[in-house]
Design a protein around this ligand. Structure first.
Ligand code: FMN
Ligand code: FE2
Ligand code: FE2
Length: 395
């Protein structure tokens, strides 16, 4: 058995999570360049011992060993399930087995999920209502429902006396390293990427949750992924901006090109925009990291989609990007579609169809036959200038 070390957040509040240094993919979709952590917390109250969240399957033993450095799992009163996704709830069956007295604390929606996903018997579940508290003698736990951040059952837990908020996925970052967020140089880059991937589709719910916690004194935010925020203003202010959909004079260029025609078109567009002082995020979909693309969508005012025609429609990578774009619901206001075709075309029409139903103004669309001509390049410059005007209008 390895020697386990746990970190103390406050008197009788311990981090007992696990660091997954080598994980490189999440949800079979999101690249994790820096791994991730599954943060679980142990609270030793005068009249009750509580575990907040667990860890990803595969880390059960590590969690148990870490709990044992502080107390015996048999003594746990409650296991709080802030969220039912397996990266935090996957070790619940294991922990409930070694903690026979413990009850699972969750929302009513969470109770159903705990039964379906983890076969937790009903008599071992304690359903709590929004804003309900549980007293541990010297510590009071308050539960705050935060639905759809990012599943229906999600909630936050708050220790009133220590003023620590445990928001599970909210305020997280996929970083295996880093203990305190104020010591992580590029924290906001990772937090923005995480927001783009996980929380951006739920901006309205995020705003509601931010309003709900605005009345709390928060000394520390202890999320379930990545570093702990002991200076919470940094992440709170970023979340306020992102949830409000604040954008910059920034354009995402997401494109794919087989024989460089679309490539020269988007590069012409990039040059036009850059000359006007517009910040650019350039993503060649054949090689880009889609987490990075999600990060750039968080605060961009416009997207330029470059998609050559393949088999009567848009290149499959462009179809994927357009689908993802719509699903992530970024605050992007304007779009431009650039395409090249060999004989019949069809990419622009397909991209437009894919974007239908999403509130976005298509400022220009250009489909050229083969490599772009000089005339085509002038057309791109014109579209670029119109886009710049749109971007600067609201600024
Ligand atoms: C596998 C493949 C399938 C293609 N299918 C079509 C098609 O269905 N209709 C069409 O107009 N052009 C089609 N083309 C031609 C390309 O759209 C054309 O070469 C275009 O200029 C490529 O742009 P790019 O250089 O940006 O990749 C196809 C090309 C390839 C390589
Ligand atoms: Fe989650
Ligand atoms: Fe998570």
């Amino acid at each position: 058995m390895r020697e386990r070390s746990v970190m103390k957040l406050a008197e009788n509040v311990h981090w007992v999570g696990a660091r997954d240094w080598n994980r490189r993919l999440f949800d079979a979709l999101i690249p994790l360049p820096k791994g991730t952590s599954y943060n679980a917390y142990l609270i030793i109250g005068e009249t009750g011992k509580v575990l907040i969240d667990t860890v990803n399957p595969g880390f059960e033993k590590e969690l148990e060993e870490k709990i044992r450095t502080v107390t015996s799992p048999e003594e746990l009163y409650y296991i709080v399930m802030n969220h039912a996704e397996p990266d935090h709830a996957g070790a619940i069956p294991y922990i409930m087995k070694i903690s026979p007295k413990a009850k699972l604390v969750t929302t009513s929606r969470g109770a159903k999920m705990a039964q379906v996903f983890y076969h937790v018997p009903q008599e071992r579940i304690k359903i709590i209502a929004d804003n309900e508290t549980i007293s541990l003698g010297d510590k009071t736990l308050r539960f705050i429902e935060a639905p759809m951040l990012h599943w229906p059952e999600t909630m936050f837990t708050y220790i009133e006396e220590d003023e620590i908020l445990f928001p599970c996925d909210f305020f997280g970052a996929h970083l295996a390293g880093g203990v305190y967020s104020d010591e992580v140089e590029d924290l906001l880059v990772h937090a923005q990427r995480y927001w783009g991937e996980i929380m951006m589709p739920f901006r309205a719910m995020a705003q509601k949750a931010l309003e709900k916690i605005a009345g709390l004194n928060i000394k520390v935010i202890a999320p379930s992924h990545g570093p702990i925020h002991r200076k919470p203003e940094l992440i709170l202010n970023a979340y306020k901006r992102w949830a409000a959909g604040e954008t910059r004079q920034k354009v995402v260029i997401a494109y794919v090109s087989m024989w460089n025609s679309t490539d020269s078109m988007v590069k012409q567009m990039a040059e036009t925009l850059a000359a006007e002082g517009i910040e650019l995020a350039f993503h060649n979909l054949a090689i880009t990291d889609i987490g990075d693309l999600a990060k750039d969508l968080v605060d961009s005012k416009a997207i330029v989609l470059g998609a050559p025609t393949v088999l009567g429609g848009a290149h499959p990578l462009a179809v994927y990007a357009a689908y993802l774009f719509k699903a992530l619901r970024p605050p992007t206001k304007f779009a431009v579609i650039l395409s090249s075709y060999g004989w019949g075309g069809g990419a622009v029409k397909q991209v437009q169809e894919l974007l239908s139903g999403f509130k976005i103004e298509v400022v220009g669309a250009l489909e050229v036959n083969g490599p772009p001509t000089e005339e085509n390049m002038k057309q791109i410059v014109d579209i670029g200038k119109s886009l710049v005007n749109k971007i600067k209008e609201g600024a």
